[in-house]
Every structure is written in C-alpha cells, then in structure tokens.
Design a binder for this molecule. Sequence first.
Ligand code: FAD
Length: 418
Amino acid sequence: MIEEEWDVVIVGAGAGGLTLANYLGKAGIRSLILDPRPGIESLGRGELIQPLGLEILEELSFLEGLYGLPHCRNESFRFLDGKGNLLMRSRYSCLEGRFPFSISLEPHLLDQLMLDRLADFPCVRVVFGARYLIHRQEGERVVVEWEENGKKVSSSAGVLVGDDGRRSLVRSSGDFSGQVVTYKDSYLSWSFDLSPGASEILAEQEGRYFLSAGKIFFLFPVSPTRRFFLYMLKDRDRRSLDGQGLDAFLAELDGWVGGIARTLRDGGLRETSQIPEMAVLKVLLKSWVSGNTVLMGDAAHAMNPHVAQGRNQAMEDARVLAPLLCEAISRGRGNPTGALMEYERIRKPVTEQLHRLADEMTLVWNSGNPLVVKVRERVFRGIGRRPPLERKIVRTISGMGFEPLTVMDRMNAFLSGG
Ligand SMILES: Cc1cc2nc3c(=O)[nH]c(=O)nc-3n(C[C@H](O)[C@H](O)[C@H](O)COP(=O)(O)OP(=O)(O)OC[C@H]3O[C@@H](n4cnc5c(N)ncnc54)[C@H](O)[C@@H]3O)c2cc1C
C-alpha cells in the first residue's frame, strides 16, 4: 500500500543529496530524503571544496555558514619529491573569478549545515534511520520501498534520485549497466589534532603532496589545529604494512614531515591497523537514467581522489539536475525522462573526462618505475616554471574548466624541467 506521494525521492543524504534537496526545497518541490545513518556523522577525514563547490555554496547562500565552521583556506599546494625537494607549487591565484582558493574541512560539518537549512523548507522531509530497499516503475511513477526501524514503507515518487554513494543499491536494483572498477592501490586516511608542541613543519598550513617511487603521502589542514593525511597503500597490501609495524611506518612519515610521528603517537596512534583503509572505485555507466530513476554523485560516477573532485561534481550534478526537475514537475505529472536525459547529456561527458584524467594521473603518480618517476619529476618542475601550464592544471582541478595538458604541453614541461 502506498503511504506517501512525493515529487522526488532522494536516496542518500550525502553531498549530492543534500545539495539537491536544498535546490528543490527553495523551489517548493515536495521531496523526501532517506538515509540509513542515525544522523550526520564524522567520516574521520578531510575534503577539499574547490572553487566549483564554493560557487554552488554561494548560490545557495551557505558561504557565511561555511566560513563560520573550522576550516582552512588553501591558496596553493606544494608537490615534493620523496626527499622533500620542491617539484612545483600549484597556486589558485592564477584563476580569475571569485574564488582563487579552495577550502578544506571535515565534510560532515558542511553536511550538517546543509541539513539544518532544510528545516526551513516544509516541502522537504528528511528521514534518518531509513534504508532504501528496492524500487519499481509503475506507469508514470516509481514505487520506492524503504524501511525505518524494521517497518516497511512504500512511497510513490515522480522521480527517484539515487545518491546513495559508490556502492549504490539504487544502481544495482535498477537497470543500469556499466563498470564498477576497484583501483589496484588504496589509501590509508587519518585525521589528527596538532599537539601543543607540534613541529613547525607539521603545523605549516600549506597542503603538501609527497610523491616518490611507488609512494604517495598527501597532508593537508582541515582546520588551523587539525590535519588529515592520505597514504597510498601499494597493491592494497595491508598485511605487509601491518607486519612492518607502526615504528617503521612512522619513521617513513617522519622522513617527509619531521615531528609527525610524535604528534601521531601523542594523539593515540598505537598500531597501523587502527588506520582505516579506503578502496578507490571508478563507476562508469552506459546511462544514468532508467525510466523515472536517475543517478547522481558517486552512485553515477565515483572517481579517483587524485582529481579531488568527487564532492564538487556531486554538487554540480545537483545544480544541473534541480532546475530540469523543477521544470518537468511544474509541467504536471507527465514523463520526466526528457529532463533526466538532458541532465545526463550535460553532466556525463564532464565526469568521463575526469575519469580519463584520473586514470592517467594514477598511472603516472602511483608508479614505482624509476624511469617514469624521473620523467614525472621533470615534467612537474617544468609545469612549475611555465605559468600557462600551471594555470591549466589549476583550472582543471578547481572544477572551473577542463584543460588537460596536451602532448605538446607535456613536451614543453619536460624540456623546461631539466
Ligand atoms: C578519503 C577521501 C577523500 C576525498 N577527498 C575529496 C576531496 O578532497 N574533494 C572532493 O570533492 N571529493 C573528495 N572525495 C570524494 C567525496 O567524498 C565523494 O565523491 C562525495 O562524498 C560523493 O557524494 P555523494 O553524495 O555522491 O555520496 P556520499 O557522500 O557517499 O553519500 C551517500 C549517502 O547515501 C547513503 N546511503 C547508502 N545506502 C543507502 C540506502 N540503502 N538507503 C538510503 N541511503 C543510503 C549513505 O549513508 C550516504 O549518506 C573524497 C573521498 C574520500 C573517500
């Protein structure tokens, strides 16, 4: 029995779902959001909000709230080799526009801000502790089955939006074909407070990528007093890492950032097995639309964190999808497939370009081959010496444009980097 009727049901109160609900709420569209968690929770990690994401947050009037949260403003990042020598600096100041910087923070803080705003929209209902189970198309509507505290509920939706993350159940329950690939290497991720006696080099606010043969260590601030790192786990070989023990692991990190070992120990790190591992997935689908059901965010296009774009692209999905949905819904209860296909037409190619770029970066950045490492380091140095090339990289990573380096650009960078 159908218990509720909605214009839109959104599965997942993540970055994309919350952004979409805010756009739809402002437009008065009756929307239901489901999420199985008890509420917004810390993910224990940091994220970068790129200029693209900042533009969307400004459009939704969240900037003031965002700046009130613990965060850091990043004007540049440093790329270093395994010995800590500077390869290049990427500076947001080479961008035109309102946001020549990115913001780093713990993402649940932003999610909570976006959730709180939904209370202003009586047309939006958010249910935590609510797990999507399955859906089916019935005529021009979708019937969504979900459960809350063991009680099954059926809702009818004009459109079902799957924003339930990279392992999406909406995707696997629906008619969506394509690839879900797990990358060979994974990451360990950890957030920690700076202890009062933290070394100066650790306390520095500029985010740093250390790249050496088969090693990646990315350290950035999530607030003036808190840091986050990603450490590449080659071939997902957790057993070797845990076997080596914490001392060996910390000695390696200390080689990059002196003093980090002591701070991590002071913060309660006792063994490597405490550090969560994050597999990296790529979702590449033939279509994001099936009947009145549409996917967005990681459910549609989970991507490698090398491009630092996942959240920003999920938010951009919402920005593009929302007006198309509003228009289709305001026309009446007719078939919204045209609007959904238009969203896919605009958004899918952008994410596919990012996938290709991320794959290329993975091949070059994750490599342990000494020749690749030598060429990579030279190209990095060359980009740092050639402002137009640096600008292309920063524009792409900021989400404000897609300007990957051409073969000629790479040759030029290689020649300049000697
Ligand atoms: C370590 C790490 C670092 C990252 N760094 C960055 C970065 O710097 N910049 C950036 O832009 N991106 C980054 N990302 C990627 C970014 O976190 C994701 O791309 C983004 O969160 C995707 O948002 P989403 O809304 O699509 O999915 P999610 O945020 O994953 O939200 C999915 C939601 O669906 C809910 N859900 C799951 N199953 C169900 C169900 N059955 N029923 C109802 N709800 C369900 C989940 O509880 C969750 O709330 C990073 C990711 C990781 C792991």
